[in-house]
Design a protein around this ligand. Structure first.
Ligand code: ZN
Length: 245
């Protein structure tokens, strides 16, 4: 089983009626709702206002993939928690999937190493293009699909060059965006995915749901094989002569 935690700041849904109308139980509940249909996933919810900001050590240490949605309260996330998240990803024990405004979240910035800045604008039509059809995260996704309404996110997006760029977005106003980007960091994997503004219904879109589901499987650590390099190597390798013998 892949143990998934869907972490949500969970503030907009409590304070804005327009958001509450779309995500009455929080957008994380909708994400859990579609992931719960997967037989290989065990999904729990966490929120910023929960004890230990939703991620006490015993929860974090049991998480295979952490999905992250934050926006208005990035600064409130505890720096010690952010360091623990980064460490767990670098050690290959946990995958990290920041969504939408998670581009500015502390854990995403700390893991990838840049500020994640981008430009944004009014809600509008978006076309998501699949740039790597053979990628595991693009399984079951057509060459492009329409998102009826999403917040404009635009390049330049200040991320390191992605290791794999799986999706690119076009917006009605003519902007483009690296919308689905994979990063390998240490022994772990990160997938940033752009849709998911709190006043839009993108988390109900079946293709968005499929991409997030695929991303969870892709980002899950390979427990069978990972080994954490942790210092000086004492085992002598073969010499060239021994290899040739
Ligand atoms: Zn937004």
């Amino acid at each position: 089983m892949i143990k998934v935690v869907v972490w949500n700041e969970f503030r907009h849904e409590k304070t804005k009626d327009s958001v509450k109308a779309i995500y009455p139980d929080g957008l994380h509940a909708v994400i859990k709702g579609f992931l719960d249909k997967e037989e290989d996933m065990e999904v729990t919810l966490a929120a910023l206002d929960d004890p230990d900001q939703g991620l006490p050590d015993e929860v974090l240490e049991n998480t295979d993939v952490l999905i992250w949605w934050g926006h208005m309260a990035h600064a409130e996330v505890d720096d010690a928690l952010v360091s623990k998240i980064q460490k767990r990803v670098y050690e290959g024990k946990m995958g990290f999937v920041p969504l939408h405004s998670g581009h500015h979240s502390k854990p995403f910035r700390k893991i990838i190493g840049t500020n994640g800045n981008l430009s944004w604008g009014r809600n509008q039509k978006e076309i998501m293009w699949t740039l790597m059809p053979a990628h595991e995260i693009a399984a079951g996704i057509p060459d492009h699909f329409l998102i009826e309404e999403e917040e404009l996110y635009s390049e330049p997006f200040y991320i390191p060059q992605p290791d794999e760029l799986v999706f690119g977005a076009w917006f009605e106003d003519g902007h483009i965006m690296r919308a689905g980007a994979c990063f390998y960091r240490g022994g772990g994997k990160v997938f940033y995915f752009q849709p998911g503004h709190e006043t839009c219904k993108s988390f109900y879109n079946p293709y968005v749901q499929r991409i997030i589901t695929n991303a969870v499987r892709w980002a899950a650590p390979n427990k069978e094989s990972y080994e954490i390099p942790s210092g000086c190597v004492h085992v002598k390798t073969k010499t060239v002569d021994e290899f040739n013998a």
